[in-house]
Ligand binder design. Structure first.
Ligand code: PEP
Length: 251
């Protein structure tokens, strides 16, 4: 049985005060937890303050990115050890905004995934097709290529520690959500890819979140699909009530 996992990606929003207030509000309402794993991923400069606001609650702290090198002359970058040092358990890797706006490749993501795992972080690895790719019937090819490239070299034990987020690029921040059936089809295919590349145990263990305009009014239908194990939520994670309604939809 895979435990549902809802994570909020705050992207480049908030200031220090609003980030702490949002984290405190979520921490209070989640409390000691209710059968759903919950995490928030604030901008890196607020990780420490948000981590403190989450103290004593079941809400985990996640980063939105990291660099694969452990330390050195890499101006502007943050290592896995630094994220652990400020209390992170999770790190989002290969988000479509990093792939498409900042030019991250599968090979870049792969180095980060391996470094995150080696340090003891749980990577949330994002994959997803663009609208052009979907309309050209290439969704499965794109997903398979991103999966094999971003996760190259992981053994079965490492695979079981990661979380995958299927995020169709055309649904992120657009208000257009994949239908539960469209999302389930890709999640099913992703699980099949894992069984093909590894084994049944890996395929049945790895949690796959859906992301792309998840809102309180569509969350429960998406989350009730057999292969959708949670959600990576952008816009709707910035309001305590709407984030809590999504979490309730997973319980
Ligand atoms: C995301 O940031 O990963 C995301 C899915 O954003 P939104 O929920 O706003 O579409």
């Amino acid at each position: 049985m895979r435990r549902p996992f809802i994570a909020g990606n705050w992207k480049m929003t908030q200031d220090r005060a609003s980030a702490v207030a949002l984290a405190s509000g979520i921490a209070q309402r989640v409390g000691a937890g209710n059968g759903v794993d919950v995490a928030v991923c604030p901008p890196s400069c607020y990780l420490d303050a948000v981590g403190q606001a989450l103290t004593g609650s079941a809400v985990g702290l996640g980063a939105q990115n990291m660099y694969h090198e452990p330390k050195g002359a890499f101006t502007g970058e943050i290592s896995a050890a630094m994220l652990l040092d400020v209390g992170c358990r999770y790190v989002i890797l290969g988000h479509s905004e990093r792939r498409h706006i900042l030019g991250e490749t599968d090979a870049d993501v792969n180095k980060k995934v391996l470094a995150a795992l080696a340090a003891g972080l749980v990577p949330i690895v994002c994959v997803g097709e663009t609208l052009d790719e979907r309309e050209a019937g290439k969704t499965l090819d794109v997903i398979r290529t991103q999966f094999t490239g971003s996760l190259a070299g992981l053994d079965a034990g490492q695979m079981k520690q990661i979380v995958i987020a299927y995020e169709p690029v055309w649904a992120i921040g657009t208000g257009k959500t994949a239908t539960p059936e469209q999302a389930e089809e890709v999640h099913f295919d992703l699980r099949k890819i894992m069984v093909d590349c590894y084994d049944e145990a890996v395929g049945q263990t790895v949690r796959i979140q859906y992301g792309g305009s998840v809102k309180p009014d569509n969350a429960a239908a998406l989350l009730s699909q057999p292969n959708i194990d949670g959600a990576l939520v952008g816009g709707a994670s910035l309001d305590v009530d709407s984030f809590m309604e999504i979490i309730a939809g997973a319980a």
